[in-house]
Design a protein around this ligand. Sequence first.
Ligand SMILES: [Zn+2]
Ligand SMILES: [Zn+2]
Length: 310
Amino acid sequence: MAFVWVIILSVGLIQGVFIISSLQTLFPRGSRKTWLYRLLKGLQITPVLFIFASAIWFFFMEILPIEVAKPYSSLQGIFYIITACYFWLNMVFNYLSAMIISPGYPGTRQELEEDTDIHLESLKFCAKCSRVRDRGTHHCSSCNSCVMFMSHHCPFTNNCVGLNNYAHFYLFLLHCCLGLAFAVYCTYTPFMVCMLNYPSPYKAANMCQELGDYAVMFLVVSFLLVFIFMMFCFHTFLLVVDMSMIDFLKICQKLTCKDWLKVILIDRCIRRKKLLLRKLMLYRREKWWKFLIPGFNEIPELLPPDEFLV
Ligand SMILES: [Zn+2]
Ligand SMILES: [Zn+2]
Protein backbone atom coordinates (compact mmCIF):
# COMPACT_ATOMS: atom_id res chain seq x y z
CA MET A 1 0.00 0.00 0.00
CA ALA A 2 2.90 2.33 0.79
CA PHE A 3 4.04 1.72 -2.79
CA VAL A 4 0.85 3.26 -4.20
CA TRP A 5 1.01 6.23 -1.81
CA VAL A 6 4.65 6.95 -2.61
CA ILE A 7 3.93 7.04 -6.36
CA ILE A 8 0.72 9.09 -6.01
CA LEU A 9 2.39 11.60 -3.69
CA SER A 10 5.55 12.09 -5.75
CA VAL A 11 3.84 12.47 -9.11
CA GLY A 12 0.89 14.36 -7.62
CA LEU A 13 3.04 16.88 -5.77
CA ILE A 14 4.95 17.89 -8.90
CA GLN A 15 1.75 18.05 -10.98
CA GLY A 16 0.12 20.04 -8.16
CA VAL A 17 2.67 22.85 -8.55
CA PHE A 18 1.79 23.24 -12.24
CA ILE A 19 -1.97 23.00 -11.62
CA ILE A 20 -1.86 25.70 -8.91
CA SER A 21 0.36 27.83 -11.18
CA SER A 22 -2.18 27.56 -14.03
CA LEU A 23 -5.07 28.41 -11.67
CA GLN A 24 -3.32 31.66 -10.74
CA THR A 25 -3.33 32.81 -14.37
CA LEU A 26 -7.16 32.67 -14.32
CA PHE A 27 -7.19 35.63 -11.95
CA PRO A 28 -7.42 38.92 -13.85
CA ARG A 29 -4.73 41.46 -12.94
CA GLY A 30 -7.10 43.58 -10.86
CA SER A 31 -8.18 40.73 -8.57
CA ARG A 32 -4.76 39.51 -7.50
CA LYS A 33 -5.01 40.92 -4.03
CA THR A 34 -7.88 38.62 -3.01
CA TRP A 35 -7.32 36.04 -0.25
CA LEU A 36 -7.93 33.16 -2.66
CA TYR A 37 -5.11 34.28 -4.97
CA ARG A 38 -2.76 34.74 -2.01
CA LEU A 39 -3.73 31.31 -0.66
CA LEU A 40 -2.91 29.73 -4.06
CA LYS A 41 0.47 31.51 -4.10
CA GLY A 42 1.23 30.10 -0.63
CA LEU A 43 0.04 26.61 -1.58
CA GLN A 44 2.32 26.55 -4.60
CA ILE A 45 5.50 26.20 -2.56
CA THR A 46 4.17 23.71 0.02
CA PRO A 47 4.65 20.61 -2.21
CA VAL A 48 8.37 21.40 -2.57
CA LEU A 49 8.79 22.05 1.17
CA PHE A 50 6.97 18.77 1.83
CA ILE A 51 9.37 16.93 -0.51
CA PHE A 52 12.38 18.45 1.33
CA ALA A 53 11.02 17.39 4.74
CA SER A 54 10.21 13.88 3.46
CA ALA A 55 13.67 13.51 1.90
CA ILE A 56 15.61 14.07 5.14
CA TRP A 57 13.07 12.00 7.15
CA PHE A 58 13.37 9.15 4.65
CA PHE A 59 17.15 9.25 4.84
CA PHE A 60 17.37 9.04 8.65
CA MET A 61 14.40 6.71 9.21
CA GLU A 62 14.69 4.30 6.27
CA ILE A 63 17.98 4.52 4.36
CA LEU A 64 20.51 4.99 7.16
CA PRO A 65 19.36 2.04 9.36
CA ILE A 66 19.44 -0.26 6.30
CA GLU A 67 22.78 0.87 4.84
CA VAL A 68 24.85 1.49 7.99
CA ALA A 69 25.14 -0.55 11.18
CA LYS A 70 24.22 1.20 14.48
CA PRO A 71 25.69 3.26 16.11
CA TYR A 72 26.55 5.42 13.12
CA SER A 73 30.00 6.42 14.36
CA SER A 74 31.83 4.26 11.79
CA LEU A 75 33.60 5.93 8.88
CA GLN A 76 30.79 4.82 6.55
CA GLY A 77 28.12 6.18 8.91
CA ILE A 78 29.83 9.58 9.17
CA PHE A 79 30.30 9.72 5.39
CA TYR A 80 26.60 8.97 4.77
CA ILE A 81 25.35 11.52 7.31
CA ILE A 82 27.71 14.34 6.22
CA THR A 83 27.04 13.77 2.49
CA ALA A 84 23.25 13.68 2.90
CA CYS A 85 23.15 16.72 5.24
CA TYR A 86 25.52 18.75 3.01
CA PHE A 87 23.45 18.25 -0.15
CA TRP A 88 20.19 18.75 1.74
CA LEU A 89 21.31 21.99 3.43
CA ASN A 90 22.64 23.49 0.19
CA MET A 91 19.50 22.47 -1.64
CA VAL A 92 17.10 23.95 0.93
CA PHE A 93 19.18 27.13 1.40
CA ASN A 94 19.42 27.86 -2.32
CA TYR A 95 15.75 27.00 -2.89
CA LEU A 96 14.61 29.38 -0.14
CA SER A 97 17.04 32.08 -1.38
CA ALA A 98 15.76 31.76 -4.96
CA MET A 99 12.23 32.06 -3.56
CA ILE A 100 12.78 34.98 -1.15
CA ILE A 101 15.49 37.11 -2.81
CA SER A 102 14.10 39.67 -5.22
CA PRO A 103 15.16 38.86 -8.80
CA GLY A 104 15.97 42.56 -9.37
CA TYR A 105 13.32 45.08 -10.38
CA PRO A 106 14.37 48.17 -12.36
CA GLY A 107 13.36 51.60 -11.02
CA THR A 108 9.94 53.02 -11.81
CA ARG A 109 9.38 56.33 -13.60
CA GLN A 110 8.19 57.81 -10.29
CA GLU A 111 11.38 56.77 -8.45
CA LEU A 112 13.62 58.12 -11.20
CA GLU A 113 11.76 61.43 -11.38
CA GLU A 114 12.91 62.09 -7.82
CA ASP A 115 16.54 61.64 -8.95
CA THR A 116 17.27 64.85 -10.86
CA ASP A 117 20.55 63.59 -12.40
CA ILE A 118 18.83 61.13 -14.71
CA HIS A 119 17.47 62.26 -18.09
CA LEU A 120 14.20 60.42 -18.42
CA GLU A 121 13.96 61.23 -22.15
CA SER A 122 16.79 58.80 -22.90
CA LEU A 123 15.07 55.89 -21.13
CA LYS A 124 12.36 53.48 -22.26
CA PHE A 125 9.58 52.58 -19.83
CA CYS A 126 7.28 49.56 -19.68
CA ALA A 127 3.67 50.47 -20.50
CA LYS A 128 2.33 47.91 -17.98
CA CYS A 129 4.40 48.58 -14.85
CA SER A 130 6.18 51.88 -15.72
CA ARG A 131 9.63 50.44 -14.86
CA VAL A 132 12.73 51.11 -16.99
CA ARG A 133 13.06 48.70 -19.92
CA ASP A 134 16.72 47.98 -20.45
CA ARG A 135 18.64 45.29 -22.31
CA GLY A 136 17.65 41.89 -20.90
CA THR A 137 14.66 43.30 -19.00
CA HIS A 138 11.37 41.49 -19.53
CA HIS A 139 7.90 41.99 -18.13
CA CYS A 140 6.61 39.03 -16.08
CA SER A 141 2.82 38.72 -16.18
CA SER A 142 2.77 36.52 -13.03
CA CYS A 143 4.70 39.07 -10.94
CA ASN A 144 3.15 41.98 -12.86
CA SER A 145 6.55 43.70 -12.97
CA CYS A 146 9.60 44.04 -15.19
CA VAL A 147 12.59 41.94 -14.07
CA MET A 148 16.28 42.63 -14.80
CA PHE A 149 17.90 39.88 -16.90
CA MET A 150 14.80 37.75 -16.46
CA SER A 151 15.36 34.09 -17.17
CA HIS A 152 11.86 32.76 -16.46
CA HIS A 153 9.10 32.71 -13.84
CA CYS A 154 9.69 29.55 -11.81
CA PRO A 155 6.48 27.77 -10.64
CA PHE A 156 8.42 25.85 -7.97
CA THR A 157 9.83 28.94 -6.21
CA ASN A 158 6.83 31.08 -7.19
CA ASN A 159 9.28 33.85 -8.03
CA CYS A 160 10.99 35.17 -11.11
CA VAL A 161 14.54 34.02 -11.76
CA GLY A 162 16.62 37.04 -12.68
CA LEU A 163 19.79 39.00 -12.01
CA ASN A 164 19.91 38.66 -8.20
CA ASN A 165 18.66 35.13 -7.60
CA TYR A 166 19.90 33.28 -10.68
CA ALA A 167 23.01 31.97 -8.89
CA HIS A 168 20.80 30.50 -6.13
CA PHE A 169 18.46 28.90 -8.65
CA TYR A 170 21.37 27.34 -10.55
CA LEU A 171 23.06 26.12 -7.35
CA PHE A 172 19.72 24.67 -6.22
CA LEU A 173 19.54 22.59 -9.43
CA LEU A 174 23.19 21.52 -9.01
CA HIS A 175 22.81 20.36 -5.39
CA CYS A 176 19.46 18.73 -6.18
CA CYS A 177 21.17 16.63 -8.87
CA LEU A 178 24.03 15.66 -6.53
CA GLY A 179 21.66 14.86 -3.64
CA LEU A 180 19.35 12.81 -5.86
CA ALA A 181 22.32 10.93 -7.36
CA PHE A 182 23.32 10.02 -3.78
CA ALA A 183 19.74 8.91 -3.06
CA VAL A 184 19.73 6.75 -6.22
CA TYR A 185 23.00 5.15 -5.05
CA CYS A 186 21.52 4.46 -1.57
CA THR A 187 18.18 3.03 -2.76
CA TYR A 188 19.56 0.96 -5.67
CA THR A 189 20.41 -2.20 -3.64
CA PRO A 190 17.16 -2.34 -1.59
CA PHE A 191 15.16 -1.93 -4.82
CA MET A 192 17.06 -4.65 -6.71
CA VAL A 193 16.88 -7.08 -3.77
CA CYS A 194 13.39 -6.46 -2.40
CA MET A 195 11.50 -5.57 -5.58
CA LEU A 196 13.35 -7.56 -8.25
CA ASN A 197 14.38 -10.45 -5.96
CA TYR A 198 18.13 -10.26 -6.62
CA PRO A 199 20.08 -12.58 -4.27
CA SER A 200 21.77 -10.71 -1.41
CA PRO A 201 22.54 -10.97 2.35
CA TYR A 202 19.69 -8.41 2.81
CA LYS A 203 17.16 -11.22 2.35
CA ALA A 204 18.56 -13.36 5.10
CA ALA A 205 18.60 -10.41 7.50
CA ASN A 206 14.89 -9.87 6.84
CA MET A 207 15.63 -6.33 5.72
CA CYS A 208 12.97 -6.40 3.04
CA GLN A 209 10.24 -6.94 5.59
CA GLU A 210 11.45 -3.93 7.56
CA LEU A 211 11.82 -1.74 4.49
CA GLY A 212 8.50 -2.86 2.95
CA ASP A 213 7.30 -1.11 -0.18
CA TYR A 214 9.59 1.85 0.48
CA ALA A 215 12.23 0.03 -1.58
CA VAL A 216 10.35 1.51 -4.52
CA MET A 217 11.77 4.94 -3.60
CA PHE A 218 14.55 4.10 -6.07
CA LEU A 219 12.08 4.65 -8.91
CA VAL A 220 10.87 7.94 -7.44
CA VAL A 221 14.35 9.43 -6.90
CA SER A 222 15.49 8.20 -10.34
CA PHE A 223 12.51 9.92 -11.97
CA LEU A 224 13.22 13.15 -10.06
CA LEU A 225 16.93 12.94 -10.92
CA VAL A 226 16.20 12.65 -14.67
CA PHE A 227 13.73 15.57 -14.48
CA ILE A 228 16.04 17.91 -12.50
CA PHE A 229 19.17 16.85 -14.43
CA MET A 230 17.49 17.80 -17.72
CA MET A 231 16.69 21.24 -16.26
CA PHE A 232 20.26 21.60 -14.99
CA CYS A 233 21.71 20.67 -18.42
CA PHE A 234 19.38 23.14 -20.16
CA HIS A 235 20.40 26.01 -17.85
CA THR A 236 24.09 25.09 -18.20
CA PHE A 237 23.64 25.24 -21.98
CA LEU A 238 21.99 28.68 -21.65
CA LEU A 239 25.00 29.89 -19.64
CA VAL A 240 27.37 28.54 -22.29
CA VAL A 241 25.54 30.34 -25.10
CA ASP A 242 25.15 33.34 -22.76
CA MET A 243 21.40 33.79 -23.15
CA SER A 244 18.47 34.01 -20.79
CA MET A 245 15.71 31.42 -21.19
CA ILE A 246 13.22 33.97 -22.50
CA ASP A 247 15.66 35.31 -25.12
CA PHE A 248 16.60 31.78 -26.14
CA LEU A 249 12.96 30.68 -26.64
CA LYS A 250 12.14 33.88 -28.53
CA ILE A 251 15.10 33.51 -30.89
CA CYS A 252 14.35 29.80 -31.47
CA GLN A 253 10.87 30.64 -32.75
CA LYS A 254 12.39 32.74 -35.52
CA LEU A 255 15.21 30.42 -36.64
CA THR A 256 15.30 27.49 -39.03
CA CYS A 257 17.31 24.40 -38.06
CA LYS A 258 20.34 25.50 -40.12
CA ASP A 259 20.26 29.04 -38.71
CA TRP A 260 19.94 27.61 -35.22
CA LEU A 261 23.20 25.71 -35.59
CA LYS A 262 24.96 28.77 -37.00
CA VAL A 263 23.56 31.46 -34.69
CA ILE A 264 23.28 29.54 -31.41
CA LEU A 265 26.07 26.99 -31.57
CA ILE A 266 28.76 28.59 -33.71
CA ASP A 267 28.29 32.34 -33.25
CA ARG A 268 27.20 32.40 -29.60
CA CYS A 269 28.90 29.32 -28.22
CA ILE A 270 32.26 29.29 -29.99
CA ARG A 271 32.99 32.75 -31.43
CA ARG A 272 31.40 34.89 -28.75
CA LYS A 273 33.80 36.87 -26.62
CA LYS A 274 31.54 39.00 -24.47
CA LEU A 275 30.22 36.93 -21.60
CA LEU A 276 28.04 39.63 -20.12
CA LEU A 277 25.01 37.66 -18.98
CA ARG A 278 26.93 34.76 -17.50
CA LYS A 279 29.18 37.07 -15.51
CA LEU A 280 26.32 39.26 -14.31
CA MET A 281 24.27 36.31 -13.15
CA LEU A 282 26.75 33.79 -11.91
CA TYR A 283 30.08 35.37 -10.98
CA ARG A 284 28.80 37.01 -7.83
CA ARG A 285 31.09 35.47 -5.17
CA GLU A 286 34.59 36.61 -4.21
CA LYS A 287 36.06 33.08 -4.26
CA TRP A 288 34.96 30.09 -6.33
CA TRP A 289 34.66 27.77 -3.30
CA LYS A 290 32.01 30.05 -1.82
CA PHE A 291 29.62 28.57 -4.37
CA LEU A 292 29.98 25.24 -2.57
CA ILE A 293 28.66 26.45 0.79
CA PRO A 294 25.36 28.14 1.60
CA GLY A 295 25.91 31.89 1.13
CA PHE A 296 24.63 35.02 -0.54
CA ASN A 297 26.01 37.01 -3.48
CA GLU A 298 28.88 39.27 -2.39
CA ILE A 299 29.56 41.23 -5.56
CA PRO A 300 26.83 43.87 -5.82
CA GLU A 301 24.39 44.11 -8.70
CA LEU A 302 24.51 46.68 -11.47
CA LEU A 303 28.27 47.09 -11.84
CA PRO A 304 29.07 49.20 -14.90
CA PRO A 305 28.76 46.84 -17.90
CA ASP A 306 32.28 47.78 -19.13
CA GLU A 307 33.77 45.99 -16.16
CA PHE A 308 32.27 42.73 -17.35
CA LEU A 309 33.39 42.88 -20.95
CA VAL A 310 36.19 40.51 -21.81
ZN1 LIG B 1 6.84 45.85 -17.02
ZN1 LIG C 1 7.55 36.46 -12.34
